[in-house]
Design a protein around this ligand. Structure first.
Ligand code: GLA
Length: 564
């Protein structure tokens, strides 16, 4: 049954029309400047800097400001876990360089717990964890790592151990007293429970415990966790369990990649933990797995035996250039910029004119693929390309980059071009190319509402503007040359009869400069007219407000910038 569903999902994507790809690359020019150079110290968290590398520059205190990185016991060890494995893994994370590459969470999954004491406190397996969880957490912390534990929202865990239902406050307090930094909460044995409500209880319990903990919602995508998850936890599983199998990895990826609009700093889509190094896929497939997770800004939680990694596995998990994309401080999850199964995903990174790109061939035969600079929202006809797996500059290419990809290969690139610069005067944003746009469904539309109908707010039709859904995020490069942004925002009339509820937010250089509060179907349009003086990047965001996305047709009507 499961297999059938994911084959259907793959087929569906396959049948979507393929985007046209032209040839015409030019690699004759000299190599571009290596766009990825690690350097810390100017107080700004830039591309290539992240907590493990530049704690002085980056936001290292907000839980999950970038996607969590670490290790979890489940994929490789299942229930065969004990404190020796945990300590040896902590040692290996330090010795192998994993910790310094950013993998800081050491998470024990199911089966560490056996019963509850009379007062309800959870009891760790006294044979396998004889030293107790506090001592283990201390050991892990002494290595400069953080400690995570698993529990389940239901009455029992998936392996029949005591669950947290009804014990949320006691459990969160206990974990806090042990020094736990990360909790994964599963969804077995939850008959009659609502995920939305149940996960909120643990959220409150964590808050009351007084210890910040990353909160990982693991309910396999049930009840649309991407909608309420951002208001509840730091990451949520978008589908069922991964397996160490190419098709199953793809299935999880294709689920998550449709949900990029819902994720961002502090709240991430989780296509599940990594299988890299577990032996069921080729190294080519593991590189694809790792590239696809990184372009989506997915959590990177290794699931292999870190004590005995092959050199190839180390090189995949510790590819700092790919990790830098995953951990980019802007936290913009990659979006698909072509159709079909063999497709291209891209995301801007915190470096002007730079885009991370993945071209991926899921087929069992070689495939020629291209990415065009215009589809990346770049202005230049020439751009330098760096291959993040070859660790080398490929040269400067005109208009596009084309390559023939081996079966199951992902090419991961950093493209360095230049950004658009707005013309002087007043410009409608629908006439100006964006750097990035994510949308809950389909594409953001220019001069039409998200539904393809004319932009209409309370009976007034607008000829110009942007039509998006909740959630969505659109970025424009202003080059520091604009003074104002204005628009009429509201839920489009096409949503009449629904309870569309969204919030419009505007950010200038990542600082919030406008928040509409909750805007509903049928409300009068709200006028936004705000200064954006000197901002390089303008970001238009629509949030779902955590309820259903039905009717969330969000119009940025008449959206324009003034750049004198
Ligand atoms: C579920 C989760 C897995 C793992 C197991 C443990 O299947 O989705 O990630 O935690 O339970 O029993």
């Amino acid at each position: 049954m499961r297999k059938k569903t994911y084959l259907a999902a793959l087929l569906f994507t396959l049948l979507a029309p393929l985007a046209g790809c032209g040839g015409g690359s030019d690699s004759s020019a000299g190599p571009g400047e290596a766009p990825h150079a690690l350097r810390c110290g100017n107080g700004v968290c830039e591309f290539g800097e992240f907590c493990a590398v530049c704690p002085q520059d980056c936001d290292c205190t907000t839980p999950a400001a970038t996607p969590p990185m670490g290790w979890n016991s489940w994929n490789r060890f299942g229930c065969e876990i004990d404190e020796r494995l945990a300590r040896e893994t902590a040692d290996a994370m330090e010795a192998s360089g994993m910790r310094d590459a950013g993998y800081v969470y050491l998470n024990l999954d199911d089966c560490w717990q056996v019963s509850r004491a009379e007062d309800g406190t959870i009891v760790a397996d006294p044979e396998r964890f004889a030293g107790g969880m506090k001592a283990l957490a201390d050991y892990v912390h002494a290595k400069g790592l953080k400690f995570g534990l698993y529990t389940c929202a239901g009455t029992e865990t998936c392996q029949g151990r005591p669950g947290s239902a009804g014990y949320e406050y006691i459990d969160a307090r206990t974990y806090a007293s042990w020094g736990v930094d990360y909790i994964k909460v599963d969804w077995c044995n939850t008959e009659g429970m609502s995920p939305r409500r149940q996960y909120r209880i643990m959220q409150e319990a964590i808050e009351r415990s007084g210890r910040p903990m990353v909160y990982s919602i693991c309910n396999w995508g049930r009840d649309y966790p991407h909608i309420w998850g951002p208001y509840t936890g730091n990451l949520w599983r978008t589908s069922g369990d991964i397996a160490d199998e190419f098709l199953r990895m793809l299935y999880n990826f294709y689920f998550a990649e449709q949900l990029s609009a819902f994720a961002g700093p502090g709240h991430w889509n989780d296509p599940d933990m990594l299988e890299v190094g577990n032996g069921g896929m080729t190294n080519e497939e593991y590189r694809a797995h790792f590239s696809l997770w990184a372009i989506l800004a997915a959590p990177l939680i290794a699931g292999n035996d870190l004590r005995s990694m092959t050199e190839e596995t180390r090189q995949i998990l510790m590819n700092t250039e790919v990790i830098a994309v995953d951990q980019d401080p802007w936290g913009l999850p990659g979006v698909r910029i072509s159709r079909g199964l063999a497709a291209v995903w891209a995301r801007p990174v915190a470096k002007e004119g730079a885009r991370a790109v993945v071209l991926f061939n899921p087929f069992w035969f070689p495939k020629e693929m291209s990415v065009e600079w215009s589809s990346l929202g770049l202005a230049s006809d020439r751009a330098a390309v760096r291959d993040l797996w070859l660790h080398g500059d490929l040269g400067v290419f005109t208009d596009r980059f084309t390559a023939t990809l081996a079966p199951h290969e992902a090419r991961m690139l950093l493209v360095q071009g230049s950004e658009h610069i707005p013309a002087r005067g007043t410009t409608y944003l629908s006439d100006y190319p964006w750097m990035y746009a994510s949308n809950a469904k389909g594409e953001v539309l220019r001069d039409l509402a998200a539904t393809g109908t004319p932009l209409t707010l309370k009976g007034r039709t607008y000829t110009k503007g942007l039509g998006a859904f909740g959630s969505s995020r659109i970025l424009y490069h202003l080059a520091g040359s604009c003074t104002r942004f204005s628009a009429d925002v509201g839920v489009d009339d096409s949503a009449s009869g629904t309870d569309g509820t969204v919030a419009f937010k505007v950010f200038a250089d990542r600082v919030e400069v406008f928040d509409s509060g909750t805007v509903r179907t049928g409300m009068d349009p709200l006028r936004v007219d705000i200064p954006v003086d000197g901002a390089d990047v303008l970001e238009l965001v629509v949030e779902t407000t955590g309820d259903s996305t039905y009717g969330d047709h969000a119009d940025w009507a008449d959206a324009r910038i003034v750049c004198p």
